[in-house]
Design a protein around this ligand. Structure first.
Ligand SMILES: Cc1cc2nc3c(=O)[nH]c(=O)nc-3n(C[C@H](O)[C@H](O)[C@H](O)COP(=O)(O)O)c2cc1C
Length: 150
């Protein structure tokens, strides 16, 4: 199995309705392909995490990357033994959760460096994966599959 996280800059103005639509479409497709993950949207930037079969992830990521509505600034991949997010197919992670988990430091702060054209060192990448783990612990606490938009 493969996990992939990327950081991208929106090229169009996404309204809350458009984000909701994107999440619903993504969730449906990802469920059909046994892909799990989450997506965050803040101040015009996306962070999306995907996990699943290596070829499935790769073809989906290709399609996402080619989407004219955003520009991917960086992506990281990592092989995994089992999925971390088996209850979420494409869960929308709210700002509040990010703030509560101190992800400003673990996830967003690192990606912010990318925005300033700073090359990420391995330690910075490790912080990003730690951020994913923190979100997966939060995910583990939920009893039901849940999505703000579905
Ligand atoms: C930030 C972002 C994340 C996306 N994530 C997914 C996703 O997880 N799954 C998915 O099927 N489509 C996702 N999409 C939508 C795809 O890029 C694409 O528009 C959609 O799958 C329809 O593809 P098609 O027009 O080639 O049929 C995402 C788009 C954006 C902009």
């Amino acid at each position: 199995m493969q996990s992939l996280i990327y950081y991208s800059k929106a090229k169009v103005n996404f309204t809350e309705e458009q984000i909701a639509e994107l999440v619903v479409i993504s969730e449906q497709f990802n469920r059909s392909q046994n892909i799990n993950g989450f997506i965050c949207f803040r101040a015009g930037y996306f962070v999306q995490y995907l996990e699943g079969d290596v070829n499935t992830i790769s073809s989906l990521y290709q399609r996402i990357k080619d989407d004219y509505r955003h520009d991917v600034l960086i992506s990281l991949t990592k092989p995994i033994k089992k999925n971390l997010f088996n209850k979420w197919n494409m869960h929308f992670v709210d700002h509040k959760v990010l703030d509560e988990l101190n992800l400003e430091y673990f996830l967003l702060g690192q990606f912010n460096l990318v925005n300033k054209n700073i090359v990420l060192l391995d330690t910075a990448k490790e912080f990003i994966w730690q951020g994913v783990h923190l979100i997966s612990q939060e995910h583990g606490k939920q009893k039901q599959p849940a999505n703000k938009y579905s």
